[in-house]
Design a binder for this molecule. Sequence first.
Ligand code: GLN
Length: 290
Amino acid sequence: MLMRISSNKVKSIKQFFKQELKDIYPIEEIQGFIFLAFEHYLGYSKTDVLLNDEKTVSESELLKFNFLVKDLKKQKPIQYILGKTEFYGLNFNVAPGVLIPRPETEELVEMIIKENKDRNQLNILDIGTGSGCIAISLKKYLPMASVFAFDISKDALNIAQGNALLNDVEVNFEQVDILNYNEFSHGIMLDIIVSNPPYVLKSEKELMQKNVLDHEPHLALFVNDNEPFLFYKAIGAYAKEYLKDNGILYFEINEKYDHEIIAVFKEMGFSNCSVIKDLNGKNRFLRVNK
Ligand code: GLN
């Protein structure tokens, strides 16, 4: 049963969050929720939240905090509840039809920007774009590039389109199932192909957190145990046709299968493969040169 917030004061709202959520989330995470909620509903900065304990909010605002805590108790991700998140310093709208952008993926974007910022004209394709976070941040920080993005899901493409508008960049989105890409050709030769495809094995489900498993799109996360490299193979085949001879492939990968994924690309005739660790020291990214 949800308690009532004891008064309209900021300090009571903060207490309410901590009291109601302490059995489910660590205190640092609850503190993060408090900051995000006050920013979203009242436009408060972190300092405002810390320094205005005695300030009061209206009944209808109080109700919003109440509903938020109710949803958080169900372990619904706060990004879906508020409908937004930040990625690489940019704002993105998110909904349950797309994966919530991850910090690891920011590292992938950063690597691509660093390695390619001095090049002139670039054609970049993001396969399985979801919210559009990779494609849009690349276009924002490599403005001379032409950026294309595929997704199988119309729902995801609508969200991604909205995010391109929100960030004031032009990305060419196409509904493409990369496993059947023969139906689609834009005939453009690419310098870079990037993808964060589904790479979690269905048998790894039990290792995942409830908030991910119950709320995020399984289409974007999971592959069958008997075909763990399905998307890497399909993207490799696509790259054979549409990646320029000196082109580069960048991937996010399942840290447990770096050797196997490299073997997949070697077998397809790609030469230079390097695995890059993420900030947690896990083998998280793969760069393949054609
Ligand atoms: N890293 C994501 C997770 O842990 C998975 C992303 C993916 O499957 N591409 O939930």
